[in-house]
Every structure is written in C-alpha cells, then in structure tokens.
Design a binder for this molecule. Structure first.
Ligand code: HEC
Ligand code: HEC
Length: 257
C-alpha cells in the first residue's frame, strides 16, 4: 500500500497514530472551545448577522463534526515540522483555500498527475478523510493553527524579487501576500519558502495547474509561465524576507553567484 509509511517516518513521540492521546485531545478541545468562544464574542461585538468569513462555503461552525485527534494526527504525519517532513505546513492557511485544494484532490484535479509524486502521495492520503464535513472541519482546524517560524532555505536576490512581485504577483496575491479570496488566490505569506519554490516550479513546468477543470490552477500556471528559475528564486527570497508573517529560524546568506 502506497499510503503505509515506513515506521521510521512516523512520529516517535508516542503512539498517537494507533490510539488517541487523551491528554492532547483534552488540550485540543479546550483550545477549540476557547477559539469558538472568541469568535462568538467578536461576532457579538461587531457583525452578528454575517457568518465568519473564515468558514468555507456553506459551512457554519455549528455544522462541523468533531474531529478526533487521530484524524488530525493522520495529517500531521506529513504536515508538521516534526520528524521527516513530506508535505507543507498548513498552519494558518485560510480554510476556504484548504477546503478548495482538498476538493481538488478529491475530484482528481490534483494528485493524479504521475509526474508529480508529492501530489500523488497526497492523493492517496485523501482516503484518511471520511466525509465532506470532516474535510471542512480539517480546513478550519488548520486555519486556526498559528503559522510557525521556519527555516529559510531559498537564496535569491530579494530586491529583484520585489520588483517582480510588484508587477507579476501583487495584483492577485495582494501587496503583503495576504491573498484574495474573490479570485481564489491564496496567501503566500504563511508557507515555508521551499514549498513556495517547489509549487512555483511545478506550475512553471506543468506539474500543477494542468487539469482543464482547475480554473485557479490554470490561472496560476499562466502567471508562472516564462519566469526563469532565477526569477522564481528571487521572488521567493523576497516573499520570505519581507512578506512571510513568521520570523526565520536562521539568517540566510547572500545569493549564490
Ligand atoms: C503521506 C503524506 C501525507 C499525508 C498523510 C497527508 N498529506 Fe497533505 N500533502 C502531502 C504532500 C506531499 C503535499 C504537497 C503536494 C505537492 O507538492 O503538490 C500535500 C498537500 C496538501 C494540501 C495542499 C497545500 C497547498 O498549499 O497547496 C492540503 C490542503 C493538504 N495536503 C491537506 C492534508 C490533510 C487535511 C491531511 C489529513 C487528512 C493530509 N494532507 C495528509 C502529503 C500528505
Ligand atoms: C492572475 C492571478 C495570479 C497571479 C498574477 C499570480 N498568482 Fe499565484 N495563484 C493564483 C491562484 C488563483 C492560485 C491558486 C491556484 C490553485 O488552486 O492551484 C495561486 C497559487 C499560488 C501558489 C501556490 C500556493 C500554495 O499554497 O499551494 C504560489 C506559491 C503562488 N501562487 C505564487 C505566485 C507568485 C510568486 C506570483 C508572481 C510571480 C503569482 N503567484 C502570480 C493566482 C495568481
């Protein structure tokens, strides 16, 4: 089975995949109740009639199922900074974007391209999600997690990258990389730099944004076309230096000559 990971890749902290760690679960629910409480307070204060913009389409916080820690942990096997990481950290990405991407994996718009092995891995992992409601709840869960400080590993010319970002990216991803929900354009200021680079390469080389039904992906693929590898490095170096909301875990050296 492709989705059975070798034991060395699993988190070693405890046996959280087999059973549920009740201590952590308790902590998780306490935080969730706290967060829901805060939303309630904020809602009562300002806009009681509109649903939270954080919620994916058609979902209210009352209709979300309870997530078990085991379900979240099944994702964290590949989506945390612990152990050997295989996928991007999802913390702090908006629920609408996470939900939309998960739906693309579900429908095969992503994850079925044999040239893109990482995406295929995620396609297989979709089997861990049992229902659309659970899918939406996972999207909301990851949105609520604080983005983590990350290692910056991409070197480039940030000044050149800035010029490129302003002319070629800002119209869709926003001045500060905050994204634009109206056009399904995600933030680019919470992901780790290696992942931004990896995805840009995939759009540019035709590994992502190739399914005809994937309008957003096709749009982004066009935006990455005719950018050189140096352009991509520069723009990612700029994003990581000036837009990413979390601090780097280390200083990055000058671009390689
Ligand atoms: C076996 C490893 C693995 C597991 C388990 C896994 N993922 Fe992934 N996931 C990946 C990889 C690798 C990618 C990046 C794919 C790519 O490079 O295109 C990814 C991508 C994603 C993306 C797209 C992120 C973006 O910004 O484009 C989302 C959303 C996602 N995963 C959610 C989940 C959720 C929710 C779960 C738990 C049900 C989960 N994943 C379980 C490996 C995994
Ligand atoms: C015409 C609008 C548009 C432009 C211009 C554009 N993007 Fe995008 N971008 C999008 C959309 C829409 C998506 C979501 C695509 C999808 O669903 O696969 C996206 C996705 C991305 C992603 C993937 C994020 C993730 O978490 O998977 C990255 C990285 C990205 N864009 C970076 C850039 C950079 C850098 C530029 C400038 C060189 C740029 N984009 C220009 C619309 C745009």
């Amino acid at each position: 089975m492709e989705n059975e990971l070798p034991a060395r890749d699993l988190p070693t902290r405890d046996d959280r995949l087999g059973g549920v760690d009740f201590g952590e679960m308790d902590w998780f629910w306490r935080r969730l109740f706290f967060a829901v409480g805060l939303i309630g307070l904020a809602g009562a204060g300002c806009a009681p009639t509109t649903p939270s913009p954080a919620m994916p389409s058609g979902v209210t916080k009352w209709s979300l199922p309870q997530l078990s820690q085991a379900t979240v942990d099944a994702c964290l096997v590949c989506h945390s900074t612990k152990e050997m990481q295989r996928g991007p950290v999802l913390d702090g990405l908006p629920a609408w974007y996470l939900e939309a991407q998960l739906k693309k994996f579900q429908s095969g718009q992503r994850g079925k391209n044999s040239k893109n092995k990482a995406e295929q891995l995620m396609g297989v992992a979709m089997a861990k999600i049992n229902s659309d409601a659970e899918l939406a709840a996972l999207a909301v869960y990851f949105e609520k997690q604080k983005p983590k400080p990350s290692l910056r590993v991409i070197r480039g010319n940030a000044a050149a990258g800035r010029a490129l970002y302003v002319t070629r990216c800002a119209s869709c991803h926003g001045k500060i990389g905050e994204g634009k929900r109206e056009i399904n354009s995600p933030p680019v200021n919470v992901q780790e730099d290696w992942f931004l680079m990896d995805q840009l390469r995939k759009y540019a080389s035709g590994q992502r944004g190739v399914h005809p039904g994937d309008a957003g992906g096709v749009m982004m693929k066009a935006a990455a076309a005719n950018l050189s590898p140096d352009d991509l490095r520069n723009v990612v170096a700029y994003i990581a230096k000036d837009l990413t909301v979390t601090p780097p875990l280390q200083k990055v050296g000058p671009p390689k000559k």
